[in-house]
Design a protein around this ligand. Structure first.
Ligand SMILES: Nc1ncnc2c1ncn2[C@@H]1O[C@H](COP(=O)(O)OP(=O)(O)OP(=O)(O)O)[C@@H](O)[C@H]1O
Length: 229
């Protein structure tokens, strides 16, 4: 669950009011698109959820943590409840698909036996079992993003944040990535997807949160074009 109560962010360095008294609630199991023009405050919102920055005022609650009260030492515990997928994949080029995904579990000292069963399972969920031994450079952009998704999923997070996940891939493959996020969401994971791609949002529909100049000017569930066909 993600909840923003009257949250504002002013960046000291620029004096910019990036978010202005935002109120927002995303329940467990929701799927929401976050849209809005460049500079609207979308990345600021994501940085708050990950506690990369703190709110200037207001309260941010994420997966049972009150971020204002969360001490530095507890931030890794918060972040373990969240999987993040970035536009530029951020895979480790010297590691295979399997190793990229396993790495997340190794860092948190997961038992080797668990890693051996969990990693192939998650790789199969994203349809890449036959590529497990490949290196990122041997994969298409869409496949690399699937690996990034497997890596975000492997720790069984409550929430996945996908920050422009389709920004670097072929438009036709973008739909597959969102389908995959949808199927992950159907298994109970909350998904927050930031995107500039209006065609995708129109096609899938669902909850759309539009941020404009630091304020939410639209937060509604709309039907998608796919529902009409
Ligand atoms: N670290 C920072 N220091 C100072 N100002 C910042 C910083 N990060 C963002 N801003 C400003 O805050 C406002 C919101 O920026 P933000 O990055 O959240 O927008 P965005 O909606 O994610 O944009 P984009 O779609 O281009 O990524 C902008 O005016 C931006 O210039």
């Amino acid at each position: 669950m993600v909840e923003f109560q009257d949250v504002s962010v002013t960046y000291n360095s620029s004096g910019v009011d990036a978010l202005n008294k935002i109120n927002l609630k995303i329940n467990d199991g929701d799927f929401a698109f976050v849209v809005g023009p460049s500079g609207a405050g979308k990345s600021t919102l994501i940085k708050l959820v990950l506690k990369e920055i703190d709110a200037t005022s207001g309260t941010v609650l994420v997966n049972g943590f009150n971020l204002k009260k969360l001490r530095r030492g507890k931030v890794p515990a918060l972040r373990r409840t969240i999987g993040v997928v970035f536009q530029d994949f951020r895979l480790i080029p010297t590691m295979t698909v399997y190793e990229n995904v396993a790495f997340v579990l190794r860092v948190i000292d997961a038992p080797a036996k668990y890693i051996r069963s969990r990693v192939p399972y998650v790789i199969s969920l994203v349809g890449l079992s036959d590529k497990a031994k490949c290196y990122p450079t041997e994969l298409s952009g869409g496949e690399q993003q699937r690996v990034a998704l497997a890596r975000a999923l492997v720790n069984d997070p409550q929430l996945i944040i996908a920050d422009e996940p389709t920004g670097n891939i072929d438009p036709a493959l973008s739909y597959e990535i969102v389908e995959l996020l949808k199927s992950i969401n159907e298994c109970g994971t909350t998904i927050l997807m930031v995107t500039h791609e209006h065609d995708l949002v129109r096609y899938f529909g669902g909850r759309i949160i539009n941020i404009n100049k630091g304020s939410i000017d639209f937060d509604e569930v709309v039907g998608g074009a796919q529902d009409e066909s």
